[in-house]
Design a protein around this ligand. Structure first.
Ligand SMILES: CC(C)(COP(=O)(O)OP(=O)(O)OC[C@H]1O[C@@H](n2cnc3c(N)ncnc32)[C@H](O)[C@@H]1OP(=O)(O)O)[C@@H](O)C(=O)NCCC(=O)NCCS
Length: 198
């Protein structure tokens, strides 16, 4: 799927410029390096084993088939964040998109996660997604707070649904928002939360 309007330069809160663009097959190695560089405490709660080369191969294939939209943020030739929109191409939930976002620890709390989620919402609107969902483990406090600010509200808790990489069972929270609500929340945040896209 060809996405219009990229690459973009996003300025973080401290003015650091970051390039945001769709993942290309040639970025696979850099994406794997990014995921392998995340601290274990982050990877503990990620749905997939993003450090596995086999996972990466399947992920790139899903991007190629249009089932997944992946945006990467780059700085100094390295991937520093990735945001994914999963969307079923068949069946009764083709209007639903699932979002996941990961940002390098050194660049957190500077608005990049919010910017990437916002860009994915724009893409989602263009491709006909009406409802956005996230699946987060109860312990992912930062992610829960970020998505709450973006208008997501809890729909369900699945108790003991996740086994983290240490085998400990955790509760999974499903939260959702209509795309238009995320859009409204993004606009409301713009005034005081100023990562800007050029
Ligand atoms: C969750 C994550 C993507 C947030 O990225 P980020 O670039 O730091 O997010 P932002 O800077 O846009 O944060 C927006 C708001 O979310 C909240 N927030 C983000 N991280 C937080 C944290 N660790 N603790 C408390 N609040 C947090 C804050 O309200 C923040 O606004 P503020 O900085 O003005 O207070 C990042 O922490 C991450 O990659 N975590 C590990 C992977 C993960 O949990 N992904 C979610 C799976 S869907």
């Amino acid at each position: 799927m060809k996405l219009e309007g990229f690459p973009q330069t996003v300025s973080l809160r401290d003015g650091t410029p970051v390039t945001v663009r769709p993942l290309a097959a040639a970025d696979a190695k850099a994406l794997l390096e990014f995921y392998r560089s995340l601290p274990e405490e982050d990877r503990l709660y990620l749905k997939d084993d993003v450090t596995d080369a086999g996972w990466l191969q399947r992920f790139v294939a899903l991007v190629g088939s249009g089932e997944v939209v992946s945006l990467i943020a780059e700085r100094g030739g390295k991937v520093v964040a990735e945001a994914t929109l999963y969307r079923a191409l068949r069946g009764w939930s083709t209007h639903v998109g699932e979002i996941r976002v990961s940002v390098a620890p050194a660049l957190r709390r500077d608005g990049l996660g919010t910017s990437l989620a916002g860009e994915l919402v724009k893409v989602a609107t263009r491709i006909g997604v009406e409802k956005m969902v996230i699946e987060v483990v109860e312990n992912q406090v930062g992610a829960r707070k970020m998505f709450r600010k973006l208008g997501f509200r809890q729909e369900a808790v699945l108790h003991g649904h996740v086994k983290d990489i240490n085998g400990t069972k955790r509760n999974l929270i499903l939260a959702s928002s209509d795309v238009s609500h995320v859009w409204d929340a993004m606009e409301a945040l713009v005034a005081d939360f100023s990562p800007s896209a050029e």
